[in-house]
Ligand binder design. Structure first.
Ligand code: GAR
Length: 208
């Protein structure tokens, strides 16, 4: 019997929210012992907010202005205030298209995780599935990692591999990777919920 209380997860996203949906589905199907306490987005009309509201999850657009690509200064403070107000224990970046800066990292040490659509350290940055295809990689995949001060550089928690097919376009490869993201992200969060994760330098160890 699981006696731990549900992990309080805040999801941050900028887009359609399919990973947020996968997390919510895993919770309702009993595969993830967690509660999504809020969904926050830097994009006012992002579908991730609509999905959350439909399921009764508090969902807020929070401006990250004045910056366009990072979360810093006043914008960062607004996010910190919301995360504290909702009592978040872990922050899950599910397609949140901003660089996280030291203020948020210090407030949630080793408690911010990100899903990235490539097998890191290959292909960090934007449209990584397209980078993999253009490079001619034979395998691609996704990575769940802890967030540190770099871009897509933190310790790796979990990875899933998919083949790159001769017939692939950027869209078909991205879809195959996303299927695995939807498995990997809830699995990674469940490892945190069970308290099994220990970080030693760059290595993440799973222990009882
Ligand atoms: C996901 O594919 C995620 O890996 C990617 O954004 C997508 C969000 O999809 N994230 C990044 O590229 C971060 N560098 P979703 O809104 O449907 O979950």
């Amino acid at each position: 019997m699981n006696t731990r209380s549900p992990l309080r997860i805040a999801i941050l996203g900028s887009g359609k929210g399919s990973n947020a949906q996968a997390i919510l589905d895993a919770i309702s199907e009993g595969r993830l012992n967690a509660r999504v306490v809020c969904v926050l987005s830097d994009v006012a009309d992002a579908f991730i907010l609509e999905r959350a509201r439909r399921q009764g999850i508090p969902a807020e657009f929070i401006s990250a202005a004045p910056f366009k690509t990072k979360l810093e200064g006043e914008g960062e403070q607004r996010y910190l205030d919301a995360l504290n107000r909702y009592g978040a224990e872990v922050v899950a970046l599910a397609g949140f298209m901003r660089i996280i800066k030291p203020g948020l990292l210090a407030a949630f040490p080793n408690r911010i995780i990100n899903i990235h659509p490539a097998l890191l350290p290959a292909f960090p940055g934007m449209e990584s599935w397209k980078q993999a295809l253009d490079y001619g990689a034979r395998v691609a995949g996704c990575t769940v990692h802890f967030v540190d001060a770099g871009t897509d550089t933190g310790p790796i928690l979990l990875q899933k591999v998919v083949p790159v097919l001769d017939s692939d376009t950027a869209a078909t490869l991205h879809a195959r990777i996303q299927e695995q993201e939807h498995v990997a992200f809830p699995e990674a969060l469940q490892l945190l919920a069970e308290g099994l994760v220990r970080i030693e330098g760059r290595r993440v160890r799973l222990t009882q």
